[in-house]
Design a protein around this ligand. Structure first.
Ligand SMILES: C[S@@+](CC[C@H](N)C(=O)[O-])C[C@H]1O[C@@H](n2cnc3c(N)ncnc32)[C@H](O)[C@@H]1O
Length: 305
């Protein structure tokens, strides 16, 4: 039924206290504390890929509770395409939204309804981040959960990263995930002006502090860059650095992403070699299981079962 979500109670919750979306409670709590305790208001607070608002709501709540006068006039600037895709179904399975969304639905109004309790602290915009530009001044905190493919990533880097300043915080929600190796490549290239602050939780966000000028990196970032064309030596360097930068507790995600990067770049022998090397340690981890399931569903038969 079209727009069957309109009769629901908002904000949507999976269970009391946990907002419906693709993030976990630890990330939601981290974001709320960040907007409340850390955000000073000298730059904008920006979220890319806000989906149903599971991070927007805590960020906006944090803004409300932030006592600094410099934050009083600030709102979260949130961006999304708000276009329902079947890949989003998993995130609403078993929830009150299940069966109420259809591929191709525009869900901007659903986001508005779900974030209504903090609407005064959110300015959101339906846009294609593959083409969006930013001219809103310095960004103090940038929450990124929209680097879903390389071309989208390239545009976000070129358009939004120049607004980051020394002291800004950059949250990569997809960092501890097997699929998005281009985020690891990009971060490796920016390593001289980024410092890791923390990993928030398993399978999720890594937070970086900006320590220098990202503008030259952003300006030089090739708009047409295709991850599948990354030279093998560079991939090796990228993951050698990740093993050093990311805490060992999260190396299941890093090793799965390294293997997946060989797959993305068409080097299946390397993927096999790396898999056999890492499987004794991480074969039973959630990231390795997701990676195997993903590859099987895509018709890759690598004999990793
Ligand atoms: C993983 S979801 C974000 C989940 C979100 N952080 C949450 O709190 O649940 C990725 C989001 O990126 C958005 N997205 C994908 N491609 C986009 C594009 N080209 N422009 C803008 N947003 C896009 C999707 O609509 C989706 O909401």
């Amino acid at each position: 039924m079209k727009e069957a979500w309109r009769s629901l109670r908002f904000p949507l919750e999976e269970y009391p206290g946990k907002l419906l979306g693709m993030t976990c409670k630890a990330e939601q709590d981290y974001c709320e504390a960040l907007a409340r305790d850390t955000y000073e208001g000298w730059g904008e607070l920006v979220e890319l890929g806000c989906f149903l608002g599971s991070l927007s709501i805590p960020l906006a709540r944090g803004l409300r509770a932030n006592p600094r006068p410099s934050v009083r006039e600030r709102s979260l600037r949130a961006f999304d395409l708000f276009f329902w895709h079947r890949s989003m179904e998993g995130s609403i399975r078993g929830s009150v939204l299940e069966g109420r969304m259809t591929e191709g639905d525009w869900f901007e109004e659903l986001y508005a309804a779900n974030t209504a309790s903090v609407a005064d602290r959110i300015a959101f915009r339906l846009t294609d981040l593959g083409a969006e530009s930013w001219d809103g001044g310095p960004i103090e905190i940038l929450v990124v959960d929209a680097m879903k493919y390389d071309v989208l990533t390239n545009n976000i880097v070129r358009e939004f990263f120049p607004a980051l300043r020394p002291g800004s915080l950059l949250l990569h929600q997809d960092y501890l995930h097997f699929y998005e190796g281009w985020i690891h490549l990009m971060t490796y290239e920016q390593r001289t002006v980024l410092e890791k602050v923390t990993e928030v939780e398993r399978n999720s966000t890594v937070v970086f502090r900006v320590t220098g000028d990202l503008a030259p990196f952003a300006a030089a970032y090739p708009p047409e860059r295709i991850f599948a064309e990354t030279p093998p030596e560079l991939l090796r360097e990228v993951y050698a650095w990740q093993r050093h930068a990311i805490s060992p507790d999260y190396h299941d995600a890093i090793e799965a992403a390294a293997i997946m990067s060989w797959v993305h770049t068409g080097q299946l022998e390397e993927a096999n070699r790396a898999y056999r090397e890492q499987a004794p340690r991480f074969g039973d981890s959630a990231q390795f299981k997701w990676m195997r399931n993903f590859l099987t569903a895509k018709g890759h038969h690598l004999g990793w079962e």
